[in-house]
Design a protein around this ligand. Structure first.
Ligand SMILES: Nc1ncnc2c1ncn2[C@@H]1O[C@H](COP(=O)(O)OP(=O)(O)OP(=O)(O)O)[C@@H](O)[C@H]1O
Ligand SMILES: [Mg+2]
Length: 358
């Protein structure tokens, strides 16, 4: 078993409210990701769950038992840090074996565990080398093997891929998902990288300034963001947000444009709104009934696609287009909007007004 339930965690450092009532329910065997920008409280949350940080309020239950007052050792959680140093004079094998030696496991148990972990991480051929004889990515794999060789109640991972180059990060994302599946263990993983979160997680909790903004599957968080902040933080290029209000059967932009009012919105007339449009739900290449007039502001070729920046009044819309798209700056354009996929937020509270379950 490996359920982790953190309820109402509060922690302040001097004047900083690092955790402001964080609640997370991590199911046994899940890959649960806490996603948030720098300073959101991710590391503090993990440290509090591990028992390394004394809480001002809140509780931590492990496998249904109150562990709030337990020592870190009694909690039986493994913490994997962003920077984990290997013992330089020991071979990769001895590095991986060290947590088991500290627990006085037998040599045959150790050999079996190191074998299994090194095959999962594809480092069998590196076991007799010392850290100085390994590349950065190989060292990272050895360090990860050393962290994963134990069988704790759950693994708490603090941005373990941050120090890798982009190619290796992408590779390790796939590897970690595979390792998670084969270990069947609970992973509580924190990151500021939304691609990592969306690609690996079963469940994502989005954290901002010590408060959980939303918990859901990657699809739910992307497709049905609870508020404008989550909508803006998750997704690349970022969602475009246009000020508008509902008037009868139209949405009227602060810049004078109008669009048909989406059938699904509950917003009453006159309320100040933000219309959220993702780049892939906009087009400068197709014609549709719902369109915004604008002018070409810039082109950002990204290889497999080009992001077209279109100025609508004083606001810039980011539109996904084919890589072959061309145009000149200032050229007049129509941006076709897929209103079924658009989002509406209250401009004051920022909360989503999109139809529930959409
Ligand atoms: N020991 C400390 N003393 C004072 N302030 C702290 C301490 N630890 C964290 N903080 C503050 O608490 C807030 C949350 O910090 P935390 O390290 O949890 O953020 P994080 O989400 O892990 O950020 P990052 O992505 O940069 O690692 C920050 O404002 C930070 O400055
Ligand atoms: Mg941190």
């Amino acid at each position: 078993m490996g359920t982790v339930a953190a309820h109402g965690l509060r922690k302040s450092f001097d004047k900083v409210q690092a955790l402001d009532g964080v609640t997370l329910d991590v199911p046994d065997g899940s890959f649960f990701v806490v996603l948030g920008p720098s300073g959101a409280g991710k590391t503090t949350t993990l440290r509090a769950i591990a028992g390394l940080e004394k809480l001002d309020a809140g509780s931590v239950h492990l496998d249904g038992r109150d562990a709030t007052g337990d020592t870190p050792a009694a909690r039986d959680l493994a913490m994997v840090f962003q920077n984990y140093a290997l013992y330089p004079r020991r071979t990769a094998y001895e590095n991986i074996a060290s947590p088991l030696r500290a627990r006085r496991c037998s040599s045959s148990e150790i050999a079996a565990a190191v074998d299994r972990m090194s095959s999962l991480l594809h480092i069998e051929r590196l076991l007799q080398r010392r850290p100085a004889q390994l590349s950065g990515g190989e060292m990272q794999r050895v360090a990860l093997a050393r962290a994963l060789v134990r069988s704790p109640r759950a693994f708490l991972m603090d941005e373990p891929l941050t120090n890798l180059d982009l190619k290796l990060r992408v590779e390790m994302r796939t590897e970690l998902t595979r390792i998670h599946r084969s270990l069947g263990a609970t992973f509580l993983y924190v990151t500021n990288d939304q691609v990592e979160a969306l690609s690996m997680a079963d469940q994502v909790a989005v954290l901002k300034e010590g408060k959980v903004q939303q918990v859901g599957t990657p699809t739910e968080v992307y497709e049905r963001p609870a508020n404008r902040w989550v909508a803006g933080f998750v997704g690349s290029p970022p969602i475009s947000l246009l000020a508008c209000r509902a008037e009868g059967d139209r949405l009227v932009g602060a810049e004078g444009w109008t669009l048909p009012r989406p059938r699904w919105t509950t917003a009453e007339d006159g309320r100040a709104l933000l219309l959220g449009l993702r780049a892939e739900d906009l087009s400068v290449e197709q014609r549709g009934d719902a369109a915004l007039p604008g002018e070409l502001y810039g082109l950002e070729p990204l290889g497999d696609r080009t992001v077209v920046d279109v100025r609508v009044g004083t606001e810039i819309l980011k539109v996904k287009a084919r890589p072959t798209v061309t145009g000149t700056q200032g050229e007049r354009l129509q941006v076709t909007v897929d209103l079924d996929r658009a989002h509406l937020f209250d401009a004051g509270t920022g909360l989503s007004l999109s139809r529930a379950g959409r």
